[in-house]
Ligand binder design. Structure first.
Ligand code: ATP
Ligand code: ZN
Ligand code: MG
Length: 532
């Protein structure tokens, strides 16, 4: 990305020969030194390509790179001129304006013409050219301008990533454990035997037997991994004001998979009379009609589940006595519109998760993550005895270099980023094929991604980081059932102990439920092992 533009600096009196001689030297200094400061490569810096003087106006053609951008370059030029010429010649700068700003992009991107400062977009040789409107000194200092530049930069970075959401690098995997892979899909079995019933797309009712298994798994995870590290339970809200999503970045990043909630326009039931009468007589409700009675959405439904944690500490000043803060929430579902990808209970619109969150100084956040990581590994490998692997995934926005090439490099996990845990689902196919693995959970360190926008401060000015980890209960259970089947004799001992702690609930069987005769027979077969 290159910016070009013409900077016009108007002085409060005409420039004489002596001043012009000084300007020549100052421009030489700017090009050699001051416009290069803080950069490592030439393409990051700014330079003055040509200049001329018309009476009291200095006209400079600048070209700037990714680090010293037009705003920064213009202000640096102004500072150097003002501080050198001002005291010596009693001359001041009356006006500064940057004209004909063009952003030349290496990739083709699109950007809204409705945004401030964006004048036009053209394409030349497959490259984008964004023309900006005239920028005055106060425009260059505005956060809106800086955010516009950041947006353009991010778009280019993203384009370079080739649409891929993240980079995936294997960190570690278990030994091969499964000799006789089970070919049945546990999602289908659960539905066939009537332990789950689909209410609507990607949403299920879990009957007491499956709930019993999920609760046993959750409790085992909490006892083995979360509680020994001192995490304490909190109850987080499950619908969030839009402003929270603006700060976490979710609205900008994943709005296509978020769900929203609206408040009614009126609390006065008489205003709904027409709608109610219609339902009475027609026995139906038209969503389009209903919409007329609702306000525009002001909430989004729980997406990442950790959003309220950052919100809680917004504008707070914390001291060492409470750090690191270690909480978890499991008080309700998360919602994601997954469009075409929905499958069984492993990829749903409404899912359940234990969300583990922590806040502290960088070394504390890394330490907590490392201990959690150890706990997860033991849980996957020994407690549940799964075939698992973990990978370092860098979402595109964390990628520093902005390059797409698969570099062979040592991964450093003590920086902001995510570790995914995956389990092999034998019913999908051979373990050699990546698409037969399912992400069951992850751990992230965010750096200041959330403490910055939520302005979470330390009383002694130290940097604060956060971390979070999501344990998707449906996915862990599916991984276990896919690898171990429904025969309780093949299940890991600790899990069985937890399952057997309380009597196994009754399975529902009616004349027409479970739907098929085969399902009922299978249910009986599975249940024969569930007596204790
Ligand atoms: P995937 O790549 O499989 O879509 P993700 O990267 O979107 O997963 P995260 O955003 O990291 O998942 O969510 C954290 C955890 O929440 C996941 O590891 C998983 O356990 C669970 N999860 C996410 N989306 C779903 C879903 N649609 N259905 C069930 N569980 C989910
Ligand atoms: Zn989270
Ligand atoms: Mg997803």
């Amino acid at each position: 990305m290159i910016f070009t533009g013409t900077l016009e600096i108007t002085f409060n009196k005409p420039l004489n020969n002596e001043m012009v001689n000084d300007i020549v030297k100052l421009i030489e200094f700017l090009n050699r030194d001051y416009l290069k400061r803080g950069t490592r490569k030439a393409e990051e810096a700014a330079s003055i390509k040509e200049y001329k003087i018309n009476s009291n106006v200095l006209i400079i053609k600048i070209e700037t790179g990714s680090k010293v951008r037009p705003d920064e370059a213009s202000l640096r030029i102004k500072n150097v001129l003002a501080s050198n010429l001002g005291p010596k010649y009693k001359i001041g700068i009356r006006n500064l304006v940057l004209k004909d700003v063009k952003v030349i992009m290496e990739s083709k991107i699109s950007i809204s013409l409705k945004l401030p400062f964006v004048k036009n977009i053209t394409v030349e040789d497959g490259k984008n050219l964004i023309e900006l409107s005239e920028l005055h000194e106060d425009d260059l200092r505005k956060p809106v301008f800086l955010r516009l530049i950041r947006l353009i930069e991010e778009k280019e970075k993203r384009a370079k990533w080739g649409g891929k959401a993240e980079h995936w690098t294997l960190i570690k995997s278990s030994r091969i454990k499964i000799e006789k892979p089970i070919s049945e899909d546990p999602n289908k079995i659960l539905e066939d035997i009537g332990w789950i019933k689909r209410m609507s797309i990607g949403q299920w009712l879990f009957t007491p037997p499956l709930t019993h298994l999920i609760n046993a798994l959750k409790k085992l995870f909490l006892d083995e991994v979360v509680k020994p590290l001192g995490f304490q339970e909190a109850i987080f809200p499950k619908i969030y004001p839009l402003e929270v999503g603006l700060k976490t970045g979710h609205l900008k990043g994943v709005i296509n998979s978020m769900m929203f909630a609206s408040l009614p326009k009126s609390y006065d039931i008489s205003e709904y009379e027409e709608l109610i009468d219609y339902m009475y007589v027609m026995d139906e409700i038209e969503p389009e009609e209903l919409q007329k009675y609702l306000k525009p959405p002001t909430y989004f439904l729980c997406f990442a589940q950790c959003e309220p944690f950052y919100w809680f500490f917004e504008n707070e000043i914390v001291d060492d006595s409470i750090l690191p803060v270690k909480w978890y929430d499991m008080s309700g579902p998360s919602y994601r519109w997954e469009a075409g990808g929905i499958h069984g209970i492993e990829r749903v619109i409404e899912f359940h998760r234990i969300e583990v969150v922590w806040l502290g100084k960088p070394e504390q956040v890394i330490d907590v993550r490392n201990k959690l990581l150890e706990g997860y590994e033991k849980f996957m490998d020994q407690v549940l005895d799964l075939e698992w692997r973990m990978a370092w995934v860098t979402p595109w926005f964390y990628e520093q270099s902005g390059t797409v090439e698969e570099e062979e490099r040592e991964i450093n996990i003590n920086v902001p980023g995510t570790i995914d845990f995956e389990a092999w689902l034998p019913y999908r196919g051979p373990r050699e094929d990546n698409k037969n693995w399912l992400e069951i959970g992850n751990i992230s360190i965010h750096g200041t991604k959330f403490t910055e926008p939520f302005k979470v401060k330390h009383n002694k000015g130290e940097t604060l980081w956060t971390g979070c980890s999501g344990f998707g209960t449906e996915r862990w259970l599916i991984a276990l059932l896919a690898q171990k089947g429904f025969d309780i004799d093949n299940w890991p001992k600790k899990f069985v102990d937890y399952v057997k702690e309380t009597p196994f609930p009754q399975s529902i069987s009616t004349v027409s439920y479970p739907k098929t005769k085969e399902g009922k027979v299978l249910l009986d077969k599975i249940l024969s092992k569930f007596r204790w």
